[in-house]
Ligand binder design. Structure first.
Ligand SMILES: [Fe+2]
Ligand SMILES: [Fe+2]
Length: 388
């Protein structure tokens, strides 16, 4: 088999695999990773179309981030571009064609586009060769752009992208765009399910569930790495956990308005009814056919259990509580305390952190708390990204 045929075979394999990734962020991670492997490049990012703007959605950078615990905070950067010919990304969306530049610091001034050096300036990174590829489905829908940065030669020096790189990444991007479009639809459906629960219980906002999903996967990743779990297993688990964690309170759709919307404290009877949202949520995913549904049922059922056994509904304790329940319990409570809600003001950050520390071994798993604190920079970046 020639090198070209081997590459085509690989491209087909990877394209097939990405079709099985349900979560949009997990998918972007994989798409960017594979495009970088194909081209042997150091870094890259993805921007997706949102209305008439391009929104930054994903970044990888081996030389800046590798082995750094809190580098994931860059994933939660909010940054967006207008779609016009002035930026590389905007130009590619406008023309629908790839742009292959040998050195972005030497773009002749007569070109309409120029390179935005702000990320380089913040991080002291030096971007040189950049390949920008449209993420366009076979139906012609533009979902965003894929940007691959600094192809590395055998001495790890940045070199230019070849015509072949351009061809392969462009072809891969077609498959990726279709998968991204599908994952975006899945995410929208889930957010709609959550909106339904939110109509019933105004405490469960879209921003709250996005934050709980993101905190949960970041805590899990840190926890799992400390346990020596393989990166492949971590990625798979993360893919399901984000969505499952977002759905933690979806069982509230089954609880009556008089209880959900009651101002002031619930009496004993009402509180007992409220507690049923755990079981009701798990019931929504009964007869589940996918790992994601199984995990969603597990989170719904266990997110109010406590490490010391004083939680509900199962009154199980310690490691009897599934890991997903132990993680989402902390994510949910942290977010509830630190956010302002209709019935309460936000707690001061230091009081929240003190409370969590005190609840180690009581309400929360000490191991999960440790992971939470060691990535606290990432937790804060998530809070800044998903504001009400
Ligand atoms: Fe809950
Ligand atoms: Fe919640």
């Amino acid at each position: 088999m020639g090198k070209y045929d081997k590459n085509i075979q690989e491209l087909l394999n990877v394209s097939e695999q990405i079709n099985h990734i349900k979560d949009i962020d997990a998918l972007l991670d994989r798409v960017l990773f594979e495009a970088r492997i194909f081209t042997h490049s150091d870094a890259g990012s993805i921007y997706l179309m949102e209305g008439n703007r391009l929104k930054f959605r994903y970044v990888q950078n081996d030389s800046l981030f590798k082995g750094k615990k809190t580098s994931n905070k860059y994933l939660y950067t909010s940054h967006e571009l207008e779609i016009n010919e002035k930026s590389l990304a905007g130009y590619v969306v406008m023309t629908g064609k790839p742009l292959n530049i040998d050195d972005v610091y030497k773009i002749p001034t007569e070109h309409p586009y120029s390179f935005n050096i702000s990320f380089d300036e913040q991080t002291s990174y030096r971007s040189k060769s950049i390949l920008t590829i449209p993420l366009k489905t076979s139906q012609g829908t533009m979902v965003g752009i894929l940007q691959i940065i600094n192809r590395l030669d055998s001495r790890n020096q940045a070199t230019s992208f070849s015509k072949e790189d351009e061809l392969f990444v462009n072809h891969f991007a077609n498959h990726a765009a279709v998968a991204i479009e599908r994952a975006q639809i899945t995410r929208e459906i889930i957010l709609r399910m959550i909106n339904m629960a939110e109509l019933r219980d105004p405490k469960e906002t879209g921003a709250h569930v996005n934050r709980v999903g993101a905190y949960s996967i970041e805590m899990y990743q840190e926890w799992a790495r400390n346990q020596g779990i393989s990166e492949q297993e971590i990625k798979k688990f993360r893919d399901n956990l984000r969505i499952a964690a977002m759905l933690h309170d979806v069982g509230k759709v089954a609880i009556s308005d008089t209880i959900l919307k009651k101002p002031g404290k619930l009496d004993e009877q009402e509180f007992a009814t409220m507690k049923l949202h755990c079981v009701m949520g798990a019931r929504l995913f009964k007869n589940s056919s996918s790992e994601m549904d199984t995990m969603a049922a597990e989170v719904c059922l266990n997110h109010h259990e406590r490490w010391d056994g004083a939680g509900y509904p199962g009154k199980i304790k310690g490691e009897e509580v599934p890991l997903t329940g132990r993680i989402t319990a902390l994510a949910d409570v942290y977010d509830a305390l630190i956010s302002k809600r209709v019935y309460k003001d936000a707690w001061q950050e230091e009081d929240v952190l003190k409370y969590i520390q005190e609840q180690s071994g009581k309400q929360f798993d000490p191991g999960v708390i440790e992971s939470f604190f060691s990535i606290y920079d990432v937790i804060k970046a998530i809070r800044e990204k998903y504001i009400e």
